[in-house]
Ligand binder design. Structure first.
Ligand SMILES: Cc1cc2nc3c(=O)[nH]c(=O)nc-3n(C[C@H](O)[C@H](O)[C@H](O)COP(=O)(O)OP(=O)(O)OC[C@H]3O[C@@H](n4cnc5c(N)ncnc54)[C@H](O)[C@@H]3O)c2cc1C
Length: 255
């Protein structure tokens, strides 16, 4: 890993976790993070700031001690600041093709472009699609709600659709009421009828080729669990990257 130059695409929870963990684990590498959106941005194209950011251990259904709620804005800024303090560099850029972030000295690209993995040139993964999530955020006195609730029932089409109900309190008194999970729906418009229904539900419930040999690792497609899985998937993608680099080096030493 010494002197390797890694480019991470994406400053959502996946990209920031991966880039930060990489610098925490490997002291002598350079990590450059490129993204169209950073934590200060709010855009329908950038999922992480809108997240409920609830972490729940699916192994123990009713154990409240196994649940953590995260404030996405605070956490994304924490990750970005940690990344920069460890020597990471950033660049605001909107890429149309993966090769636009590849320099002559780039050894690895880690792609954390989220939903855009479907359109980013050279990735264009046809299996990536959005799921529209609408929530209502209410401001209540701190600790007014000190429990989280999550329940989903299959709708008529056997999907989560509009029948998901959740309540996620944050440390600053914000409470996220949810929600929807409409697959293949690209709309970012707020639907007032859906907002009203959410409130009522919550109230009612307690390749292309490059000239240079380059390694590309993908870390996207976490659906409704990107925050929950961010640390684990970041660790995993770094392990894969190291294995592949070691393999490459062993092969080139043989030649
Ligand atoms: C309403 C809602 C509630 C949710 N609740 C939870 C929850 O309770 N728990 C949980 O674990 N998860 C939850 N999720 C899911 C979670 O928010 C996502 O899985 C996660 O935010 C995805 O993060 P990401 O980093 O992969 O993508 P994003 O946050 O979308 O980040 C993608 C990054 O890539 C950059 N990028 C993409 N394409 C390009 C390009 N061409 N050029 C330059 N930059 C590019 C973007 O600018 C951005 O920086 C929820 C989601 C929603 C919508």
């Amino acid at each position: 890993m010494v002197n390797k130059r890694v480019v991470v695409i994406g400053a959502g929870v996946s990209g920031l976790s991966t880039a930060t963990l990489l610098l925490q684990q490997e002291k002598e590498i350079k990590v450059h993070l490129v993204a169209k959106h950073f934590p200060e941005d709010l855009s329908g194209e950038y999922t992480s700031p809108w997240s409920g950011a609830y972490w729940r251990n699916y192994a123990t259904e009713d154990d409240i001690r196994q649940q953590v709620t995260i404030n996405p804005s605070a956490y994304l800024n924490y990750l970005l600041n940690t990344f920069i303090s460890l020597g990471g560099t950033t660049q605001h850029v909107s890429l149309s093709h993966l090769n636009e972030c590849i320099g002559s000295d780039t050894d690895v690209v880690i792609n954390c472009s989220g939903i855009h993995a479907g359109t980013l040139g050279c990735v264009e993964d046809p299996e990536v699609y959005p799921a529209r999530g609408q929530t209502v955020i209410v401001q209540l006195p701190q600790d007014y709600v000190n429990w989280a609730f999550f329940r989903h029932c299959a709708g008529s089409s056997n999907t989560w659709s509009d029948n998901m109900t959740y309540v996620i309190p944050r440390e600053n008194g914000e409470v996220v009421l949810g929600g929807t999970f409409n697959e293949h729906n690209y709309s970012t418009d707020v639907d007032d009828n859906i907002a009203e229904a959410i409130i009522q539900r919550c109230l009612a419930t307690p390749s292309e080729k490059f000239d240079k040999k380059l390694l590309i690792c993908h870390n996207y497609g976490h659906g409704g669990a990107g925050f929950q899985s961010s640390y684990g998937t970041a660790k995993h993608v770094i392990e894969i990257m190291k294995e592949m680099l070691e393999k490459q080096e062993n092969e080139s030493n043989k030649c």
